[in-house]
Write a protein of this length. Structure first.
Length: 447
């Protein structure tokens, strides 16, 4: 730890007793909004000001109207928590603590894109006062908080890092759409550059995390823990995807193999599928980029990424082969794709791998129809240049690709199967369907 940091406005190291902090959560997406709401619920009654800040006027407007379009916070809870939200950067003036939850995406070249993080620092810096605490939750490579964000904050605030303000890191562990593993029920890692900053973080986060905190010995350790959490999952899913491709050539159904292998006590329950989203498909590139800067090429991690990034093409190619085997020309085939979001039962389409399926189908002359009851038509058009079709219009299909297992789709599997004509093809990417509901007149395939 560095020399003790003396905040100008400290807080008691006791949960629920923070009465002199003014906390601003920067970024109100899947991660930031639950954090901000929890802080407002548990700390505002004890005198702590909590503000949610986002640069998106649309996001702020919908939250003020009482609705979270990410579906992480229901309308009743949002209305009751009393959270103040704003897109006015000057509302950050006077804050004693900032929690930064902006996204950290990758570029088209699959390199870390720190633009949102940089902009957040440029916004906070001029409004950062002496004694301020800035905690980052965004996924980054080890060293980014202290070596990238700290100097930016110092430059724009004209304050000295570690003397006039302190840094902390607490990696987010939000799982969109998960009603069991929530902010309050997941152990929170916290780390800071000195003991006083850590004490302030302990007081803030212990008030909203019921299951306890893990105090990492350094910010770099906490950053590294975050990137390997999802890298581990990415590699395990890549193994399942490669196994699925092998078993397909052996005419063995992967789900049957996994059910048999899963009877062993230490067999890990991973399954094949599309790996999109903001974590598993992105975080490994933050680790590999950091490794390559140290002249080390991480072969295993990048191999897993290559496999998972190729699965959309593999699904499309298999669909075309199955159509051809039934004597159906791809160019004339009526093909429907159900699901576009990056995972089931969430509305977010960013970093989805379903567009990879669609792009590859078009390479073979297929013009698929795409339906998703949760995805926004406007965002789909803006993000991917794709047009959504009403779900009811996906009927009399030559092939149906169940790409995302929304509950709405699999609630009535018999009706789903009836969308496909006799002699047609069903591609069930994640083996969500009960095989018995698919008649012998249809060709069924899954990863």
């Amino acid at each position: 730890m560095n020399a003790p940091f003396q905040p100008s406005t400290g807080i008691s190291d006791v949960p629920h007793a923070q009465q002199r902090e003014r906390i601003v959560v920067v970024g109100l997406g899947y991660v930031g909004l639950p954090v901000a709401v929890a802080l407002a619920e548990r700390l505002r009654p004890h005198g702590t000001d909590v503000i949610g800040f986002d640069i998106s006027e649309h996001r702020i407007r919908t939250l003020r109207d009482g609705h979270d379009f990410t579906r992480e916070i229901d309308d009743a809870r949002l209305a009751a928590c009393g959270l103040d939200v704003t897109d006015d950067a000057d509302s950050l003036i006077g804050a004693t603590a900032f929690i930064v939850t902006v996204p950290t995406p990758i570029t088209e070249e699959r390199r870390p894109d720190l633009t949102p993080l940089r902009k957040a620092c440029e916004t906070i810096g001029p409004r950062l006062q002496k004694g301020g605490l800035v905690v980052f939750e965004s996924t980054v490579f080890p060293g980014a908080t202290e070596e990238y964000c700290g100097p930016l904050l110092a430059e724009h605030s004209r304050l000295k890092q570690g003397e006039d303000f302190a840094l902390g890191y607490s990696p987010e562990r939000i799982n969109p759409g998960d009603t069991v593993h929530r902010l309050e029920t997941i152990t929170k890692i916290i780390a800071a550059e000195n003991d006083d900053a850590l004490a302030r973080m302990r007081a803030i986060y212990s008030a909203i995390v019921d299951v306890g905190l893990h105090e990492a010995p350094s910010i770099k350790v906490a950053e590294a823990a975050k990137v390997i959490e999802n890298t581990q999952r990415d590699l395990n899913i890549a193994l399942m995807n490669e196994i699925a491709l092998i078993f397909d050539r052996m005419d063995i159904r992967t789900s049957d193999v996994l059910a048999a292998a899963g009877t062993k006590w230490n067999f890990l329950p991973f399954t094949p599928g599309l790996v999109g989203g903001h974590c598993i498909g992105v975080d490994p590139y933050y680790l590999t980029a950091a490794a390559e800067r140290l002249d080390y090429r991480p072969e295993v991690i990048l191999a897993g990424r290559r496999i998972n990034d190729s699965m959309g093409e593999a699904v499309a190619q298999k669909t075309v082969k199955l159509l051809a085997a039934q004597g159906i020309s791809p160019c004339n085939a009526r093909v429907g794709v159900l699901g576009l979001t990056f995972k089931e039962d969430v509305p977010d389409i960013r970093n989805s791998k379903v567009p990879d399926i669609i792009a590859e189908l078009r390479e073979y002359g297929v013009d698929p129809m795409i339906a998703d009851p949760l995805a926004s038509s406007e965002e789909t058009s803006r993000e991917y240049g794709l047009e959504l079709t009403p779900c009811d219009d996906l009927s009399e299909l030559d092939a149906l690709i169940l790409a995302v297992n929304h509950k709405e789709y699999i609630a009535d599997q018999t009706a789903l199967v009836r969308r496909v004509k006799e002699g047609g093809v069903i591609v069930d990417v994640k083996s969500a369907l009960n095989r018995e509901v698919v008649p012998d007149t249809l060709t069924y395939w899954s990863l």
